[in-house]
Ligand binder design. Structure first.
Ligand SMILES: [Zn+2]
Length: 296
């Protein structure tokens, strides 16, 4: 009996220790976690709060997330209210520990304004812009981990250069599209920075946040845009319900047009762990290939 009690106590102790294992670096989205993974040495664990397919605009932290936020050494997020339902908790956590926003590296003029003092948060699909965010993150992490400063600085330089390299690799092909082909439609407005970088007109059925409602008028005007620009493809997104885009496809057909659903793009969340699209560069290459194929 005594042995059994000792065994149970050890088990309980072990289980509670496991549950309370501290989180080192906690990133809100998979995109932000990827940036930290590219920069930090392997010894430092990085946890993403939101897994693939999760929409950050509507994500509300559950109890276990709050525990992770409380136990993390540092917290990284995108900023510009991408994590719209986490504003209060990030502010609260920021009183006790370093909380870093990727967007803090950018200036007002870098951003796309979508309303009075409201900016489009989808900064990662302009890889040049994201390269600057990565450099900002590198500076922050080097201060947090002085023992690893040299490796962090070297990784930051390498990764920022890689991002710029991928951007210019695709630029020639994207810039060579004819003027009449420079338009695309997606489920929500996640690709405006991509569009700005490569002079492609981008229309999202929903606004910059999936929290915004869309109505019959949005479907009608987007369907008219598709017919007018003779688009062959509309894109769903992995982190957004496909119903809205299916309704749009029907509206185009009702107006006598035809459009097909493209393979879902990775917008606000990267791909499953282990897949090529689990990194931002992998997701960018995949998206851009799909977009190019639909526009040629
Ligand atoms: Zn979004």
């Amino acid at each position: 009996m005594k042995r059994l009690i000792v065994f149970l106590l050890v088990t309980i102790l072990f289980t509670s220790c496991q549950e309370e294992a501290p989180v080192e670096v906690l990133a809100t989205t998979s995109v932000v976690a990827d940036a930290a993974r590219q920069i930090l040495p392997e010894e430092i664990t990085i946890t993403a709060l939101m897994q693939s397919n999760i929409d950050p605009h509507s994500y509300k932290p559950v109890e276990s997330d709050v525990a992770k936020l409380n136990s993390a050494k540092i917290v990284l997020h995108n900023g510009l209210h991408l994590e719209g339902k986490m504003t209060d908790i990030l502010e609260k956590v920021g009183r006790d520990k370093p909380v870093y926003a990727m967007s803090s590296a950018l200036k007002h003029n870098d951003l796309i304004e979508v309303g009075p003092n409201v900016h489009d948060p989808h900064i990662w699909f302009d890889l040049n812009l994201w390269g600057r965010c990565v450099e900002g993150l590198g500076g922050f992490l080097a201060l947090q981990y002085p023992d690893y400063k040299d490796v962090i600085v070297a990784n930051t330089e390498r990764y920022a250069a890689e991002l710029r390299g991928v951007h210019s690799d695709f630029a020639a092909e994207l810039m060579a599209l004819s003027d009449s082909n420079r338009a695309m439609v997606t489920a929500h407005d996640a690709f405006s920075y991509f569009g700005r970088a490569f002079a492609i007109e981008v229309m999202g059925l929903q606004g910059v946040s999936t929290a915004a409602e869309f109505g019959v008028n949005d479907i009608r005007s987007t369907a008219e845009f598709i017919i007018e620009r003779e688009l062959t493809t509309v894109f769903t997104e992995t982190s957004v319900n496909a119903k809205s885009i299916e309704a749009l496809k029907e509206a185009v057909e009702q107006k006598g047009g035809a459009v097909r659903l493209g393979k879902p793009l990775f917008s606000d969340a990267l791909g499953e762990k282990g897949s090529p699209e689990a990194t931002l560069i992998g997701a960018f290459k995949y998206n851009t290939t799909q977009i190019l194929n639909s526009l040629k």
